[in-house]
Ligand binder design. Structure first.
Ligand SMILES: Nc1ncnc2c1ncn2[C@@H]1O[C@H](COP(=O)(O)OP(=O)(O)OP(=O)(O)O)[C@@H](O)[C@H]1O
Length: 251
């Protein structure tokens, strides 16, 4: 069972630039939560705060039903040196082994890695170099890597970025499977039609939490325009926050 996550008055500023202000919400356990919003609205910053990768003000608590479970994270982009002779399998196993890659690979780890690659339709590319893959294929490999430990909480930052239809189908059926297994998923997504297909809670973030609810409620056709017009006004709000900070500095 995945955890629930409570956010209480979460704010995040980089020097004078306040990215998130007063975010309070409860992400229920065993559900898929989609974070949506415009570019620069603070979605990645929110995920990084939940993961404890960036300092923030306020409180974020992850409540596990029994003992602390496992967390899988898919960042926005794979980072590796494309000229390295690093195969897809090597890349996946990097997180699994405490020993350098030129040591003999643990057979169980290798089988598990291939199994996860199969789940995202990438097993036949296991021996290609990472640098030979397209952006969408690299995204699928990152997803497979996050599945290795059978995580109870999955945090995904635009996992379908650059994926073709087949990749998106693999992704969507895995999300459905995980929700069926009561895992908790927090995913940043930009594609409104794709999010409507997921049975998810949607949280629209643009510096503040604008709206939370079922996808069918939040993403109603007649509301989309209103959400997007909110986006256009959002910089004004951030400007206000900046000017308040500057005033308090001057005082
Ligand atoms: N380490 C940092 N130092 C300073 N500013 C940062 C840092 N990380 C992010 N920012 C700024 O915070 C703002 C929000 O960034 P973030 O990546 O959280 O937005 P996002 O909603 O995920 O955007 P996108 O949809 O484009 O991925 C951006 O304006 C970005 O420039």
């Amino acid at each position: 069972m995945g955890p629930s996550i409570s956010l209480n008055n979460v704010s995040l500023c980089y020097e004078n630039n306040c990215i998130l202000t007063g975010i309070s919400t409860q992400l229920e356990a065993g559900q898929c939560h989609v974070i949506m919003g415009p570019n620069g609205g603070g979605k990645t910053s929110l995920l990084r705060s939940i993961l404890g990768l960036t300092p923030f003000n306020g409180e974020i608590n992850i409540h596990w039903s029994s003992s602390k479970g496992k967390v899988g994270y898919v960042p926005q982009k794979a980072t590796f040196e494309p000229s390295l002779p690093l195969t897809v399998l090597d890349f996946i196993l990097l997180n699994q082994s405490r020993y350098p890659l030129f040591f003999k690979t643990n057979k169980k780890h290798k089988e598990n890695a291939i199994e996860q690659l199969k789940r995202v339709g990438m097993a036949d590319r296991a021996l290609l170099r990472m640098g030979q893959l397209s952006g969408g294929e690299q995204q699928r490999v990152l997803f497979a890597q996050a599945l290795l430990d059978d995580p109870d909480l999955l945090i995904l930052d635009e996992p379908t970025n650059g994926m073709d239809d087949q990749g998106v189908r693999y992704f969507e059926s895995l999300i459905t499977e995980f929700v069926g297994e009561k895992k908790t998923i927090v995913v940043v997504h930009h594609d409104i039609s794709a999010v409507r297909r997921l049975d998810a809670q949607v949280h629209v973030v643009n510096g503040i939490l604008i709206e939370s609810g079922r996808a069918s409620e939040v993403l109603k056709a007649e509301k989309i325009e209103q959400l997007f017009s909110h986006y256009r006004h959002a910089p004004t709000q951030q400007t206000k926050i900046h000017s308040v900070n500057r005033k308090s500095e001057a005082a």
